[in-house]
Write a protein that binds this ligand. Structure first.
Ligand code: SF4
Ligand code: SF4
Length: 252
């Protein structure tokens, strides 16, 4: 699914191209399942809950999932550890089979919300916008109308939202004061490991935290949040920061 980048989305909001929807706002859209938006070198950003759902769907570990189906990188501006789904050589999403999504029941959050986008303002309020549809999308072919409330309910948006709210708060805290930009790269990759390759990373922290990793997502995500926050708190202490900087310098 070709989605506007975050910057494009913000520009569309500012220019009024993306239209804000209220709960009872109606919009015209009915997917024709042509698969066009899943081609065109689409970049689908995924979050830890997406990884949890997809690995359970595919019955593989997070390590196997990341190596076969995803690419990890550090955001060039934010330094945030990010993960996108891989493309085939033809530029199709790795999960597109024919014109259909092969993991539809567990498709990532951004695919679920499309053609809408969401934005959290400085007041902390969640707002939804209807993105301008690209020319190739036939979603307006039929005169089918839904309200925002209906769309969010039928797409399963709220379940995904509630299961990844902690992660969005964590990212907000990590980017506050440009904290991520101050951390050495090896620390950022360690954070990525905890957040995305959690099947492999979390057991390593069980002993240090004196807790067993819960099997359910709620418990597991609480554990991940705790590990990253404790880790960053440790690095924020002036004497530890000095140590990590000197370690980084000695490797360069
Ligand atoms: S995950 Fe499914 S819906 Fe999303 S881009 Fe890939 S094929 Fe399309
Ligand atoms: S109709 Fe639009 S949203 Fe649906 S698959 Fe085609 S391009 Fe994607």
């Amino acid at each position: 699914m070709k989605l506007p980048s975050h910057k494009r989305f913000i520009a569309d909001i500012e220019s009024g191209e993306a239209k804000e929807l209220k709960p009872q706002s109606r919009f015209r859209f009915a997917c024709q399942c042509c698969g066009e938006c899943c081609r065109r070198d689409v970049d689908i950003l995924i979050n830890p809950y997406d990884v949890f759902r997809l690995t359970r769907h595919l019955k593989i570990t997070t390590t196997e999932f990341l190596s076969q189906y995803a690419t990890e990188y550090l955001g060039p501006d934010s330094h945030m550890p990010l993960v996108v789904l891989k493309h085939t050589q033809a530029g199709h999403c790795v999960f597109l089979k024919g014109n259909r999504c092969s993991i539809w029941r567990d498709r990532p959050s951004v695919c679920r919300l499309y053609p809408l986008g969401k934005f959290v303002g400085s007041d902390g309020k969640l707002r939804f916008y209807l993105n301008p549809l690209p020319r190739f999308c036939r979603g307006r072919k039929k005169k089918k109308y839904r309200t925002l409330t209906q769309w969010l309910r039928s797409s399963g948006f709220w379940e995904y939202h509630h299961n990844k709210e902690w992660y969005e708060h964590l990212l907000m805290d990590l980017t506050r004061g440009e904290l991520l930009k101050k951390l050495p790269k090896q620390v950022l990759w360690l954070i990525a490991k905890v957040l995305y390759d959690f099947d492999d990373a979390l057991p390593r922290f069980e002993k240090a935290l004196g807790q067993k990793i819960p099997d359910d997502w709620k418990g597991k995500s609480k554990f991940m949040d705790e590990v990253v926050r404790q880790f960053v708190d440790l690095l924020k202490r002036p004497e530890t920061q000095g140590d990590s900087n000197s370690q980084e310098n000695s490797r360069s």
